[in-house]
Ligand binder design. Sequence first.
Ligand SMILES: NC(=O)c1ccc[n+]([C@@H]2O[C@H](COP(=O)([O-])OP(=O)(O)OC[C@H]3O[C@@H](n4cnc5c(N)ncnc54)[C@H](OP(=O)(O)O)[C@@H]3O)[C@@H](O)[C@H]2O)c1
Length: 328
Amino acid sequence: MQYRLLGRSGLAVSQLCLGTMTFGNTTSESDSIEMIDRFFERGGNFVDTANVYVSGRSEEIVGKAIKDRRSEVVLATKVRFPTADHPNGVGVSRKHIMDCVEASLKRLQTDYIDLYQVHVWDHATPIEETIRALDDLVTTGKVRYIGCSNFFAWQLMKSLACSDANRYVRFISVQPQYSLVSREMDREMMSLCLEENVGVIPWAPLGGGFLTGRYTREEPTYGRLTTKMGESSWGVRGTERNFSILSAVLEAAKELEKTPAQVSLSWLLQREGITSPIFGASTLEQFEDNMGAIGWNMPEPVWNRLNEASSLPSEYPNRFIAKFARPF
Ligand SMILES: NC(=O)c1ccc[n+]([C@@H]2O[C@H](COP(=O)([O-])OP(=O)(O)OC[C@H]3O[C@@H](n4cnc5c(N)ncnc54)[C@H](OP(=O)(O)O)[C@@H]3O)[C@@H](O)[C@H]2O)c1
């Protein structure tokens, strides 16, 4: 296992982060705890959860699993989605953040969170209020670093500017969806992260299972992709474009004698600007497969082929700039 610093910070995280969204749902409590144990045995130290995953069960299971090794763990969780059915039970106002952090700390059986992330931008709350509240949590020691997730590039830049202008703590990381079948952040977010040294910890690096090669063109009757709504629904994943990307993955897997999941994760691990993909596994077998993504390097020609097969179509203003602009 290799370690990388998360953005503009001294926080060392493993090159893979274990996602826990299935814990207490499709992954039983005992398998979840076994998965965390195995992850730590292999040198993993970075675990991601959220207050709303499985209505708090994920945080409870993670808390139980890491209790005896707390200082080794880089524990990431999130705040923003509804937690109560009243007007202040949602968002990243000072009030909701302060309520949620206490509830997360209790479920996680700890007195600090290493990385506290804003799950999605909140249009109702001024960003100054959010960052000030997060800054207070860092000052009081309940939170060590802050990050954000699912932001547009302008939202991240506005947040960083707010931190800098007021000398508040900065977001050190962003958690976007990013994989061979979801490269939207290549438009603007990736260059901003490189410019501002913000760590990138992508979610759904396997496209919710699509990139493991387990699905054919038939609408599935099993697995995550039977979900009717959301990013890992069949309508989003099962497109012709995604099947053509998948065939490049299957070809690379055959050539390299690796599994499609390992190839898909390895492509991300070797991509500039990516700190630590957050992978999910519903079973211990899937976990073992995915851990086989580390300890080897994908040859450059194969990496380039996958990169080309999955690139976004050329768009303005990049298309314009590439044709006419020159550095000076
Ligand atoms: N910030 C956000 O808004 C956000 C959103 C989503 C997720 N996340 C985070 O990112 C983590 C990962 O997200 P994700 O679960 O969508 O990512 P993913 O790694 O793309 O998909 C994981 C799912 O794919 C299937 N799978 C995984 N490995 C497999 C293998 N080797 N062979 C066959 N199938 C395999 C399993 O689904 P089956 O159940 O079908 O077997 C598994 O639950 C989450 O746990 C969470 O921590 C964050």
